[in-house]
Write a protein that binds this ligand. Sequence first.
Ligand code: PLP
Length: 403
Amino acid sequence: MPGRHFLHIPGPTNVPDRILNAMHVPMEDHRSPALPKLVLPLFAGLKRLFRTEAGTPFIFPASGTGAWEAVLVNTLSTGDRVLSSRFGQFSHLWIDLAQRHGLDVVVQDEAWGTGASPERIHDALRADAGHAIKAVMVVQNETATGVASDIAAVRRAMDDAGHPALLFVDGVSSVASMDFRMDDWGVDGIVTGSQKGLMLPSGLGICCVSPRALEAQRRAGTNAPLRRTFFDFDDMLRANKDGFFPYTPSLPLLYGLREALAMLEEEGLDNVIARHRFLAGGVRAAVLEGWGLQLCAREPKWHSDTVSAVMVPEGANGADVIRRAYERYNLALGAGLAQVAGKLFRIGHLGDLNELMCLGAITGAEMAMRDTGIAIRPGSGAAAAEEHYRQQAGEGAMARAAE
Ligand code: PLP
């Protein structure tokens, strides 16, 4: 199909040319004395990205799922109890992974379209007088429903309950695009992947853990530790301290990560976050004001700044819209997963992105919806988004991004 493909799923996201070029490198010896010059600054850059002084970052040749596993298997023992909220396919999958490792997961089900409840987390921890719960797992941005949870509020709830559980956060579709503060929010383990806010291909499972989590790792080692080989933090730490890896790393992705971190720092992390909020506002204006449709996220406090899950009207099928957008307009939209399959389509708006790219996705979705029989006023979504994007405030957000 002629013209550019419009990739608007919530990851993988568009890889900027600068990063593509940075990854275009010949292979080299991964044990050469030159490698630490590439690798050690990556750890420093990741700490700035996660906003932590005390945390220890890890880079695995994996995806977000691998980083999920790494945090759990290194810090917990067989049969440990953990508490987790479930409100979408990704929170479900992380719980499933924990259960398959023999963890005893206390699941707090929340309605899809809402997120983690700090109140319910508080109550469960308060009731756990014996401190059997070793960790709380929360997905900051549920990519399946476009719902953001308030991690700072979860931390406050844990502190109010006076409970020592570790706090593990999935930031796969929020890190490098929505606010995340590891130290301020007392996060003990943050998990992400390369293919979303970091604007890279998939292939890196990245996590960062607090000193308390590393301490728990040592304790878990003397208990009945969960099995780990590939994801063993100790093997990583031994090699990483000198700027190497215990096995063959993906050098192109490491060069890409260096470029991605440089781009994020040049724009400024606060500006990156403001840009995502601004661009998301335009997409939400298109959905709510222009098309008169609903988001899966039930209230503004749940709105995600990286992905909008658009409910299609009763009788319509989101999968038809996605197929039409792909086949006719060269636009990739995200599918509805599990219990929301067919009920929605998702517009990803994260990574290397500006207003006109969002308008392309909005217009393409609008045409695909009309083609599949959904009654939408022509141009209504784009018009609402345009009004949002022409605001003064947005000019500030985008100008800072361009500096
Ligand atoms: N967590 C969230 C919130 C995600 O969106 C995804 C993937 O989209 C994952 C975890 C799993 O990551 P990966 O597909 O990189 O293994």
